[in-house]
Design a protein around this ligand. Structure first.
Ligand SMILES: NC(=O)c1ccc[n+]([C@@H]2O[C@H](COP(=O)([O-])OP(=O)(O)OC[C@H]3O[C@@H](n4cnc5c(N)ncnc54)[C@H](OP(=O)(O)O)[C@@H]3O)[C@@H](O)[C@H]2O)c1
Length: 218
C-alpha cells in the first residue's frame, strides 16, 4: 500500500490491542481503538495518546471503527471471536481482516480443535474479505513495553491470500517484530496450538517465553 493505511483494532481496549495500537501509531499510522462502547474506546485512546505524547489515536464503537479502516485487527476476548465477526460482517467487506485469536484457556490449557480461528473468520466473512491470522503468539506484556525497541518474537502469518499476508508482515515489522509467511489459514490451527505450549512453558518456568524462527533469512 502506498499511503499509510488506517488500522482499526477491534476490541482494542483489553490486553493485546493497546500494544499493537501504540506501535503502529508511533510509526505514523492512523489507529482507531474499537470497543462495544464508544466511551470506553475513547478513554483507552486518550490513555494511549498520553503514553505516546501524540493525539492521533481515536476511539469508536467496533462497527464504526471497522467501517473507517482499511485494515481491521481483531483482539476481542477469544470466546467472543465468532459472535464478534458475525456482528461485523457487513462493515468488514473489502478489508484486510487480521485475526489474532488463540482459543486457549489459561486455566484449562489445550490446543484448540480445527478449523482455525482464521478459517472460521474467512468462512463467516466470505471471499470479499482477505483474512490473515497473525500475532496469536505475541504476548501483550512484550508489546506494551520498550516501545522504541524491537519485540523479541517472530510472528507466523497465515493467509490464503499471500499478498494480504505480505501487508501484515510489513505491519508486524514496522511494529518491531520479525514476521514470516507460514502457509494458508488452515495452518493457523498450529499457531493457535503453539499458544497452549507457550502458556504451559511460561507457567512451568515463569516468564513470557515466545517463539523465534532460526534458519531463515529476512
Ligand atoms: N493477551 C495476550 O497476551 C494475547 C497474546 C496473543 C494473542 N492474544 C489474543 O488476542 C485476543 C484478545 O486477548 P486479550 O488478552 O486482549 O483479551 P481481553 O483483554 O480479555 O479482551 C479484549 C477485549 O475483548 C472485548 N470483549 C470482551 N467480551 C466481549 C464480547 N462478548 N463481545 C465482544 N467483545 C468482547 C472487550 O472490549 P470492550 O469491552 O471494549 O468491547 C475487551 O477489552 C484473544 O483472542 C487472544 O487469544 C492475546
Amino acid at each position: 500500500m502506498s499511503e499509510l493505511a488506517t488500522i482499526a483494532i477491534l476490541g482494542g481496549t483489553g490486553n493485546e490491542g493497546p500494544g499493537l495500537a501504540m506501535r503502529w501509531a508511533a510509526a505514523g499510522y492512523e489507529v482507531i481503538i474499537g470497543s462495544r462502547k464508544a466511551e470506553k474506546a475513547a478513554l483507552i485512546a486518550a490513555d494511549l495518546n498520553q503514553k505516546l505524547d501524540i493525539g492521533t489515536i481515536v476511539g469508536m464503537q467496533n462497527s464504526e471503527a471497522a467501517r473507517s479502516a482499511e485494515i481491521c485487527v481483531l483482539t476481542v476476548k477469544a470466546t467472543a471471536h465468532q459472535a464478534a465477526i458475525e456482528s461485523l460482517r457487513e462493515e468488514l467487506q473489502g478489508k484486510i481482516f487480521v485475526d489474532a485469536t488463540a482459543r486457549v484457556e489459561f486455566k484449562n490449557i489445550a490446543p484448540p480443535e480445527p478449523p482455525s480461528a482464521g478459517r472460521i473468520a474467512q468462512d463467516i466473512l466470505g471471499s470479499g474479505v482477505r483474512v490473515v491470522a497473525a500475532f496469536q503468539n505475541v504476548p501483550s506484556s512484550l508489546l506494551k513495553k520498550n516501545l522504541d525497541q524491537p519485540v523479541k518474537t517472530d510472528v507466523l502469518v497465515c493467509a490464503d491470500d499471500v499478498d494480504a499476508a505480505e501487508v501484515v508482515i510489513e505491519l508486524a515489522e514496522i511494529g518491531g517484530m520479525r514476521a514470516f509467511y507460514a502457509g494458508d489459514l488452515d495452518n493457523g490451527i498450529v499457531v493457535e496450538g503453539l499458544t497452549a505450549l507457550l502458556i504451559s512453558m511460561n507457567k512451568h518456568y515463569g516468564g513470557h517465553g515466545t517463539i523465534q524462527v532460526v534458519g531463515l533469512e529476512k
